[in-house]
Design a protein around this ligand. Structure first.
Ligand code: HEC
Length: 108
């Protein structure tokens, strides 16, 4: 009897938890997209279709074809340095990095 009443409770709790997690992810992703638009979009394409404004800058949607985007985590924390003077150096804090990586993943 008690178990029968607990099951729907657990289901509701699980559904609420999933909804909250999804909403948090969506907010993070949006924040990551804002960062990309603010700091990166002048050179890199940050959507799924456009060419990069600066032709030699790889569109962000292609990065995962070369390496898992998680490997950028360290680079973002320490300041991205690419072997090219055209790209300025950036440093993100851990929250920004998590948001940014979620956004990159959403382009894959
Ligand atoms: C002023 C232009 C410019 C801006 C702004 C810029 N980039 Fe770049 N980025 C480049 C260029 C040019 C390259 C290609 C460099 C090369 O291939 O040598 C590049 C390459 C990269 C790469 C690929 C590195 C590799 O070897 O795979 C990553 C990742 C990257 N940029 C991330 C970012 C991020 C994140 C931002 C925003 C925080 C950003 N870039 C902003 C110009 C820019």
């Amino acid at each position: 009897m008690r178990l029968v009443r607990l099951v729907p409770c657990a289901l509701v709790a699980a559904a609420l938890w999933a909804a909250a997690a999804t909403a948090a992810d969506a907010a993070s992703r949006a924040q990551g997209q804002r960062l990309a638009r603010l700091y990166c979009a002048s050179c890199h394409a940050i959507d799924k279709v456009s060419p990069s404004p600066l032709a030699i800058a790889p569109p962000f949607r292609t990065l995962h074809e070369r390496y898992p985007v998680e490997t950028l985590e360290e680079a973002l924390a320490e300041g991205i340095m690419v072997g090219h003077p055209t790209m300025p150096q950036f440093q993100f804090d851990p929250d920004q990095i998590a948001d940014f990586l979620l956004f990159l993943k959403s382009l894959e």
